[in-house]
Structure formats: structure tokens, C-alpha cells
Design a protein around this ligand. Structure first.
Ligand SMILES: [Zn+2]
Length: 201
């Protein structure tokens, strides 16, 4: 016997598929949406549809972009010799908040994680290596998260990049170990970027 009307159950199921939303939260959000004014719920639905229709991946760095290139790749004042590699677009936001970095970015769209079936070929690593060859990059900062997957990804990338004769660096220690870049406050993250260290393959 179904507990909810089919449409309510579908809504709960869809919400429950979102990252970080468990069954209880999904029910709570569904109740909230169903109790809210139609225009409020419609605004949310429209925001999702609009973002999906208008936002694509930047064809250069794989950040979010509305159009061909993201705001950072369109900005010609940024130093093309310095490339910061991150896992997700939200990491760019964290780094921008520090005001310490004036180079360009490359978004891997994840990290190597054998447990989740994510290998190098699922990430934007081919594209990174192509950029490094074409854009006159002199230093690559590996700003992957300071956790197991991020460290494994940084190690893999170091082995790919070092033979190309580039300087490869990693933010200095001091970032919360095991966490995500985005949880570091901007002072700590800024210092870690400034004091970045060369890594060996
Ligand atoms: Zn871009």
C-alpha cells in the first residue's frame, strides 16, 4: 500500500536523490514545497529548468559557463602561465575569496576514487594535459581536496605533469586534513596558496 499520493512520493524520491539529502530531509522539503505558495514552488522549478538550459561547461576549463567560456577564462588579465587545478567549480569560489590567485583554473569535475568507480579517464585530465601543452603554462598548482581522493589525484597528476618539465606545486599544509577546500577559511587557504610547495613525482 502506498503511503503517499503518487505525485508526493515522486517528489520525495526525486529530492532524495540529491546529494546530502536523506529520506527524512526529502520528506521535510516536499512538505515545505507543497505547503508553500504556488509562485514560490514555481520559481524553484523555473530556476532548475533555466540553469539546466543555459549553463554548460566552459570549453576551456570545465567550470560552469553561460556561453562558451566562463568568467575566469574570459578575463584576459589573468596569468595564463599559472594554472590552478581543482576538483569542482565550488573550489574556484573558495580560492577566489582569498584574493591570492590571479592565474587560470582547470576543473577536473571530480577526484580519482576507485571505490566509487572513478578513474583518471572519467576526469578532465586529457583536457588538462592538452591545455598545458598549448597555453604556455609554467606552473600547475594542484589544489585538490586535502583528503584521500584528492591526494591520490594530485599524485597521479604529478606523475603526468612532471615529465613535461613544468613546476608542479601543492598548497602548503595547514588546510584541515580530510576535509574539502571549501571548508577552509579564506585566510588559511590564502596562506596555503601563497606558501605552496614543489611536489616530486
Ligand atoms: Zn573557464
Amino acid at each position: 500500500m502506498a503511503v503517499y499520493e503518487a505525485a508526493v512520493q515522486t517528489l520525495i524520491d526525486e529530492l532524495g536523490r540529491l546529494p546530502g539529502v536523506g529520506p527524512k530531509s526529502a520528506q521535510r522539503i516536499a512538505y515545505y514545497l507543497l505547503r508553500s505558495a504556488p509562485e514560490d514552488a514555481n520559481r524553484l522549478a523555473r530556476a532548475i529548468t533555466d540553469a539546466k538550459a543555459r549553463i554548460t561547461w566552459c570549453r576551456c576549463c570545465y567550470n560552469f559557463a553561460e556561453g562558451e567560456l566562463c568568467t575566469y577564462c574570459r578575463d584576459e588579465r589573468r596569468d595564463p602561465a599559472l594554472l590552478c587545478v581543482v576538483e569542482e567549480p565550488r573550489d574556484i569560489v573558495a580560492i577566489e575569496r582569498t584574493h591570492e590567485f590571479r592565474g587560470r583554473y582547470h576543473v577536473l569535475q571530480g577526484a580519482i576514487s576507485p571505490m566509487d568507480g572513478v578513474g583518471p579517464e572519467q576526469l578532465r585530465i586529457k583536457e588538462l594535459l592538452r591545455r598545458v601543452g598549448e597555453e604556455g603554462v609554467k606552473e600547475v598548482i594542484l589544489a585538490t581536496n586535502p583528503n584521500t581522493e584528492g591526494e591520490a589525484t594530485a599524485l597521479y597528476l604529478t606523475r603526468q605533469l612532471k615529465p613535461l618539465g613544468l613546476r608542479v606545486t601543492r598548497p602548503a599544509s595547514g588546510l584541515p586534513v580530510g576535509g574539502d577546500l571549501e571548508y577552509a577559511d579564506e585566510v588559511t587557504l590564502g596562506r596555503a596558496l601563497e606558501g605552496r610547495r614543489d611536489v616530486d613525482a
